[in-house]
Design a protein around this ligand. Sequence first.
Ligand SMILES: NC(=O)c1ccc[n+]([C@@H]2O[C@H](COP(=O)([O-])OP(=O)(O)OC[C@H]3O[C@@H](n4cnc5c(N)ncnc54)[C@H](O)[C@@H]3O)[C@@H](O)[C@H]2O)c1
Length: 378
Amino acid sequence: MKALVTGGAGFIGSHIADALLARGCDVRVLDNLEPRVHPRGRPAYLSREIEFVEGDVRDRATVERALSGVEIVFHQAAYQDYMPDYSKFFHSNVVSTALLFELIREKNLSVRKVVVASSQSVYGEGQYHCPDHGLVLPEARPAAQLDCGDWDLRCPECQGVLAPVLLREARANPAGPYGVSKFAQELAALRLGKMLGIHTAALRYSIVQGARQSFYNAYSGICRIFTRAFRAGRAPVIFEDGKQLRDYVHVSDVVAANLLVLDDPRADGHAFNVGSGRATSVLDYARILRQKMNAPLAPEIPGAYRVGDVRHTVSSIAKLQALGWSVTKGLDEIFDDYLAWLDSVPDAADYVTAAFDAMQRSGVVRRVARGKGSAAAV
Ligand SMILES: NC(=O)c1ccc[n+]([C@@H]2O[C@H](COP(=O)([O-])OP(=O)(O)OC[C@H]3O[C@@H](n4cnc5c(N)ncnc54)[C@H](O)[C@@H]3O)[C@@H](O)[C@H]2O)c1
């Protein structure tokens, strides 16, 4: 069986590609080695057994070539960043997906299953409960509120502080360009798949952690950013007050989810959350990692925030669990595996500070008004 993994030179795609090789599949990877992810070119971890096509998922001729002879597609390539180049999110994430299905139909290709990488970002500010008004899907918090260091979500009816609930698949409400593009991408895939009779599933990953996460891009790299800062004797910066809740999942569990929906026809036509189902505050994450690394410096909480960040985001995993999937690795294993991997790769230059500076210059990172921020230590 021949499988195509788009974005297969990246973090998650390369692990999927390895798992497919281990199953005896012929694996082709289509990846443009996006310079913000791979400034040093083809990564050394990419198996030589993989047929590598260097090219862009937005390019018709390239995608047609990459699809030739393929039965299954894992569409992992995506543009993910905090930068305000809005149209790139849609070209890379949505148009590429439509193009895949367009070519499968037009050329009558042999693809029988497509699995698309979606994201927890389709939930935007998330799902909350108000004691008086029930379920609330709040809009993004206004800049004027965040500029005052006021981080809580409030009920639009009574202005009471809302309590977060686990994110359920049925209620997407994306806020920023990345989340909107990922929701549009999965809708395009599921609807076009149904129209054309191609089995299709979408997986909404939470924050995925593990070896091979790029050192270079600024997106979803909390483990990389914190470990590198602790190792360099610097204090990592925590945005907002650090009490925001997150959901971390090991890349091996994400790979298992991809293989499960590949094999299980009950997954066709559906989107599934892939997370831990467990809430971890950023403060707790930093505290546990700092203890593990024996780092002397506590993180700084300078009273800054990142435009587009959401407050609490923890997924319900009941829908995928009902198909037999389960979480096998927790935070301890996530840290142990990541630190072991860091020891095994040559050290890269410090791109974290440069990425932080770029976000500040473009207004993505902002400070709260003087006197309103907290500067507590972890
Ligand atoms: N890492 C996470 O925590 C996370 C969370 C939610 C969703 N996701 C989704 O999972 C997928 C994989 O993410 P990742 O963390 O492995 O990212 P990554 O950046 O490590 O890998 C993405 C790969 O796609 C390639 N790529 C980007 N644009 C391309 C284009 N136009 N043409 C061809 N290749 C292109 C990059 O070169 C890279 O190798 C993405 O779809 C992402 O949206 C990731």
